[in-house]
Write a protein that binds this ligand. Structure first.
Ligand code: SF4
Ligand code: SF4
Length: 402
């Protein structure tokens, strides 16, 4: 694609980066075929090619409008288009550049600013979120059925396995909402690792990796969150942990990008590179281990939903399925397994209608073979799916813990 980026933008690193990405695009439109929002809305401006053009126009000097902002907001950041693109266009990076530019030029409505602020100020703080969830759980029995399904029941308090003498150690991330919503996930992870002779050091205190602010117009705060996480994790790295493990693929994909997001921060750049390199999804880490000793709690009649942040974002497509097969679990086939479930971080709160449509499509595909259990690899997808079915929805690591 030919570009005519303004001199002002071309003089910046971001402008150069965007120009390189844009020039790779041959506007073939193959990406539209796998884009969930294009499939639902049928509008070129709500597909990847159209969004690329809209970002190009801004970089070439056109002023963005609220309409442009809406088309970019509707993107799930599922990155399915990147996988389909024959030219290797880094759509995710271009979208981040485009969104940041629009954010600085188009003022959001009061309502939009308010709801984004609410998401940032509650979900990204584990103690605040746990208190709000606790309140919701108290009144859950009185709520209408539709709301009740969205509030997960109270979880049992768990105790963390005692530290052991294993020479192999990893740092296990808690994230922001997962400790309150499903503490069983990390407990199962620690148990599985213990069976393999690896000690999981639990990140304390639980904290957000910065992804929530990054996706809700809080770029400056997002960078501060990331710097604080680096400071908190660094002593563990100096003490020789093998890896930083995430059981939420939405967090993992963001932490793996710390190196890019902090590239211009002289103080944190090198540490961010190290952190990104050490960060692994639990599937990625276990894939290199001998799993023959593990006992599973279920083996049949199971469907698996692969989160976009794992299969497209982290490019780990098929890995969980491979691990589950290795331990004797047969998964039911799932139609259109490459498509997003509509959870997409804060997307389900900011774009509820599209999110609901995608969630219902996904549940139909997952339950077509009448599974007894649905597994996934990200807390956001887990909750989103669980609110749309009566079948149990769990993280896949829980069936490996026996
Ligand atoms: S598939 Fe790739 S090259 Fe083709 S329009 Fe989409 S982004 Fe551009
Ligand atoms: S990231 Fe997903 S929703 Fe966004 S343009 Fe690409 S395929 Fe479409």
């Amino acid at each position: 694609m030919q570009t005519d980026i303004t001199d002002d933008f071309l003089a910046t690193d971001i402008g150069q980066q965007a120009n390189t990405i844009l020039r790779k695009c041959v506007h073939c439109g193959f990406c539209n075929a796998t884009c969930p929002t294009y499939q639902l809305l049928g509008d070129e401006l709500d597909g990847p090619r159209g969004r690329i053009y809209q970002i190009k126009n801004i970089l070439e000097g056109q002023l963005p409008s609220q309409e442009t902002q809406t088309h970019l907001d509707r993107c799930l950041t599922c990155r399915n288009c990147e996988i389909t693109c024959p030219s290797g266009v880094d759509y995710g990076e271009l979208l981040t550049i485009g969104r940041d530019l629009i954010e600085s030029k188009v003022e959001r409505t009061l309502w939009d600013r308010f709801r984004r602020w609410c998401i940032r100020e509650t979900l990204a703080y584990p103690a605040r979120f746990a208190a709000l969830l606790g309140l919701g759980q108290v009144f859950r029995p009185l709520a209408p059925a539709a709301i009740r399904k969205m509030i997960p029941p109270r979880q049992q308090k768990i105790s963390w396995p005692d530290s052991d003498q294993s020479t192999r150690r990893i740092l296990l991330l808690q994230g922001c909402v997962q400790p309150a919503l499903s503490p069983a996930i990390n407990l199962a992870t620690a148990n599985v690792l213990q069976q393999l002779g690896i000690h999981a050091i639990m990140e304390k205190p639980a904290a957000c990796c910065g992804a929530l602010h990054h996706h809700t117009s809080g770029q400056t705060e997002a960078l501060d969150f990331m710097r604080r996480r680096i400071d908190a994790w660094w002593p563990h790295i100096e003490n020789g942990i093998e890896a930083i493990i995430s059981t939420a693929s939405g967090c993992g994909v963001h932490i793996k990008d710390y190196d890019k997001l902090l590239a211009s921060d002289e103080k944190y750049r090198d540490k961010a590179i190290k952190i990104s390199a050490l960060t692994k999804d639990i599937a990625e880490f276990l894939n290199k281990e001998d799993l023959s000793l593990l006992k599973t709690s279920a083996t049949e009649n199971i469907a698996y939903h692969a989160p976009c942040s794992l299969q497209h974002g982290q490019r780990l497509n098929g890995l969980v399925e491979q691990i589950l097969k290795q331990v004797g679990i047969n998964l039911s086939p799932v139609k259109d397994s490459h498509l997003c479930c509509g959870s997409a971080g804060s997307y389900s709160l900011l774009n509820p209608k599209l999110s609901m449509q995608l969630g219902q499509q996904k549940i139909q595909a997952l339950t077509a073979e009448h599974p007894a259990l649905i597994l996934t690899a990200n807390i956001g997808c887990q909750l989103h799916l669980a609110s749309k079915t009566d079948k149990p929805v769990k993280h896949w690591i829980e069936v490996l813990a026996g």
